[in-house]
Write a protein that binds this ligand. Sequence first.
Ligand code: AP5
Ligand code: MG
Length: 210
Amino acid sequence: MNLVFLGPPGAGKGTLAIRVVDLLKIPHISTGNIFREAIAAKTRLGLKVKEIIESGGLVDDITTIELVRERLGHSDTAGGYILDGFPRTIPQADALAVFSKLDYVVNFDLPDTIVIDRLSGRRVCRKCGFNWHAAFNPPSKEGLCDKCGGEVYIRDDDKPESIKKRLEVYRSQTEPLIAYYREKGNLVDIDASPQVDAILVNFKKALKLS
Ligand code: AP5
Ligand code: MG
């Protein structure tokens, strides 16, 4: 099953994706994670996108489309994939339509007030990438991941000014994709406000998996 997870920053796309990987045994492809790994490894791509990402802007379409086109060519996507954070602009969506066919676009619906709460408290494991939250789901030892013992840190783009910019960019560049995919007939709306177990139940119902 070929899936796109669409929604504002902090809506819980990455958190649900981990659960859906277990359920459907398909890879989770997060463009944000790929960029952050490149930044950590100080590759050419990482150096190019570091400032853009930290400030909350978008990486250019050509770079991002080529990255995803290449990634979807790997053999592990033969049985499907979860694309998390791509497409984020109409040109990206048009490009994706040329090289892959989507089954569902899952639209995570969440008001800005909750988005800001989730992003301001997010803590990420540097080793396994798990998304903890200082209030909603804290690791038992501060600064250490319960799952793998890795160091837990605050993402550079979770500063208040970057969060504000990411929300503005989402409204102007990404939100139009909701109408784009609704018109194509493969959009599924998910209320992203309950706990992740409840979201998973609703996700399965919406995709007729249970
Ligand atoms: P990306 O990494 O994709 O960031 P994002 O879209 O802003 O989304 P987030 O990862 O911030 O949020 P999420 O929805 O995954 O929420 P999470 O599960 O972590 O992109 C980063 C940057 O890369 C972009 O700004 C851009 O610069 C660049 N980029 C990426 N893709 C691009 C593209 N296609 N084109 C151009 N540039 C691109 O959850 C958030 C918090 O809430 C966590 O703490 C979690 O524990 C908590 N939480 C989650 N679910 C729940 C719940 N149900 N209840 C309570 N708490 C919850
Ligand atoms: Mg994410």
